[in-house]
Design a protein around this ligand. Structure first.
Ligand code: SF4
Length: 341
């Protein structure tokens, strides 16, 4: 089977191709075409000799997922439905906001973690994405943006990134590599529901990446009710793991707290949240739950949000309330379902 050109790390390219080309600069030229000019068709690589082009066409695939649908929100967020080579579908969202442009990308087709407030969970896990399928979302975004700069990448689309650990880490290494996409580590955020063993691996991996943890309740039973993995990885252990993670990494952790009316906004919830994150060097992002028609939750109103913000104001961490983007096209946090639903 042919290897996709976006599947290999620059070091793997060198190892594999040094046997095929006589001069090292040919490999540099190829990497330049892929990551700087964003050209994957060997026929369009003008300074590559004919025999090298023939070899590339024989050994490598340059398949990029097809854009099946593109919806633009009133707030200019754009959701893309992409079809993979095996006809599975994923979604990604490009979000312009206050001088930044963020890509929210997917790491799996569906997800196994079954968080009750999340549309992706309804699909179940179909499969992990390959490295090239993760990176092709960046590739498509860069092409779509043309002259506009992609400033941030967040692994917050479909899937639990730490359940596709090897491929996600390799993708991030290619994104950050000097001869790859050259993204600054501080511009890439990996979001997890709290898969403790993989978080420990990530802490020991030496990979620089910002971490976001989807918390949503700091009360064990309540969190377990909406995020079943909490039974396997309890909050007390998650906290120990994150304190250890913080010691080994340089960036502050961001906690995401999806606010759900009549569920996680009472006095006991705010107190538990203060107790849980109070001594972790972190930021807290509050996000109002976005309506998904077939899920039994309610979006909080302005009073709920104001009261909760007041209740947690003794936290020393930076707290932001993020209005979700793209809710009108089901592109907001927790709404991606790849048109499976
Ligand atoms: S919130 Fe994240 S981890 Fe939970 S089911 Fe949805 S995609 Fe998976």
């Amino acid at each position: 089977m042919k290897i996709n050109l976006l599947e290999l790390h620059p070091d793997e390219f060198k190892e594999l191709l040094l046997r095929q080309v006589d001069k090292k600069f040919r490999i540099k030229q190829l990497l330049n075409w892929i990551y700087v000019h964003r050209i994957l068709d060997p026929d369009l690589m003008s300074n590559i000799p004919a025999d090298f082009k023939t070899f590339l066409k024989k050994e490598f695939s340059n398949f990029i997922p097809r854009i099946l649908d593109k919806q633009i929100s009133q707030d200019s967020s754009t959701k893309y439905l992409l079809e993979l080579e095996d006809e599975n579908r994923i979604e990604m969202v490009i979000i312009p906001r206050e001088g930044r442009t963020t890509l929210c990308l997917s790491s799996q087709v569906g997800c196994a973690r079954n968080c009750l407030f999340c549309a992706t969970a309804k699909i179940g896990l179909i499969r992990n994405l390959y490295v090239h399928e993760i990176l092709s979302q960046v590739f498509i975004t860069l092409k779509e943006l043309q002259d506009r700069k992609l400033t941030n990448i967040v692994f917050m689309g479909m899937g639990e990134p730490l359940d596709n650990y090897e491929n996600v880490l390799k993708s991030i290494r290619i994104l950050q590599h000097e001869e790859g996409f050259k993204f600054s580590p501080r511009r890439i955020t990996l979001s997890t529901s709290g898969v403790i063993p993989r978080l420990n691996d990530l802490a020991d991996s030496n990979l620089k990446v910002k971490l976001a943890v989807s918390l949503n309740s700091a009360i064990q039973e309540k969190r377990a009710e909406i995020m079943p993995l909490t039974k396997q990885y309890p909050l007390a252990e998650l906290k120990k793991c994150l304190l250890n993670f913080r010691k080994k990494t340089s960036y502050r952790i961001t906690f995401e707290y999806v606010m759900i009316k009549n569920f996680n906004l009472a006095a006991e919830d705010s107190q538990a949240l203060i107790d849980f994150i109070g001594d972790i060097s972190c930021k807290l992002n509050l996000i109002a739950w976005n309506k998904v028609d077939y899920l039994p939750y309610e979006t909080p109103d302005e009073n709920d949000i104001r009261d909760f913000l007041k209740a947690i104001n003794k936290l020393s961490s930076a707290v932001t309330f993020r209005s979700s983007r793209g809710a009108d096209i089901n592109a907001a946090c927790g709404q991606l379902a790849g048109q499976y639903y």
